[in-house]
Design a protein around this ligand. Sequence first.
Ligand SMILES: Cc1cc2nc3c(=O)[nH]c(=O)nc-3n(C[C@H](O)[C@H](O)[C@H](O)COP(=O)(O)O)c2cc1C
Length: 319
Amino acid sequence: MKNELTEIIGIDYPIIQGAMSWVATPSLASAVSNAGGLGMLGSGHEPGETVRKTIRETKELTDKPFGVNVLLLSQYVDEVVDVICEEGIKVVTTGAGSPGKYMKKFKEAGVVVIPVVASVALAKRMEKEGADALICEGMEAGGHIGKTTTINLVPQVVDAVSIPVIAAGGIADGRGMAAALMLGADAVQLGTRFVVAHESIAHDNFKQAIIKAKDIDTVVTGQITGHPVRVLRNKLTREYLKVEKEITSDSTPDVTRLEAIGKGALRRAVVEGDKDRGSFMSGQSAGLVHEEQSCHDIIQELMTEYKEVVTLHAKRLNE
Ligand SMILES: Cc1cc2nc3c(=O)[nH]c(=O)nc-3n(C[C@H](O)[C@H](O)[C@H](O)COP(=O)(O)O)c2cc1C
């Protein structure tokens, strides 16, 4: 399936594995890239040389293109950007800010820059600053989210910009993929489904929690802090939401209580599988994830379902 975006990036299928702190490791990213999609590494708050090591480990596992997600808030962002350019990385996705300051450097190094956006205004700004494409992430997604749903955000951004758009949030099968492409997206980005891939290092408790989850099993924490996060409901989220409620009416809410509960919680979920104290970030699409599969099988299944849906609708149109 070729389009402008797959051509720029050099991938076979318009499917991107979302960067995910602790989960987006060389094992997962290389498996997705080897299966014809675009694997992404997370770089989080890591120093440049740690990111370089992770990139080189991934190069040992695949000769296909893969990308790196840059957290613009990181204290190491300058050195991470340098490492990405030196290592010849093909694609960068960015979150938590504007990559404007680094755009010239990325362009000179031939890096495709794809910011994650959750609004039309930010999408337009990113295009103006030189972004090559945009990831439009709806509030159905796992992890940090915006306010708009994918079904509303994607077509409004598609209408507002002239660069390729990637839809993220709530897409976990070929039907979701077909819907996103119908809305005008050139590709889809999936996170929750890839947490449950064989090649994902997420603890088995995390994978099983997603497999068991139903449509209404996620909650959004952190509304009061201005950094909402979608996560599976558990003891930690109950406690977090209780404190949020307690401090909401305070004239100066003491968010340090919330920070103490959330500190290290994603690591506790991914690495330790701590069912009570871990933050099991997941999208509403968890209800669509039923089994652990290899990245190859996930991508092939998405493509088969996508083709079936599109063929069925084309047939109906002609009847
Ligand atoms: C466990 C987890 C961790 C995530 N961490 C990040 C992150 O560090 N940076 C980022 O840009 N997006 C992060 N995301 C969002 C994903 O990259 C992706 O856009 C999102 O999961 C897509 O929605 P879906 O969960 O419905 O598939 C995370 C998502 C999950 C589920």
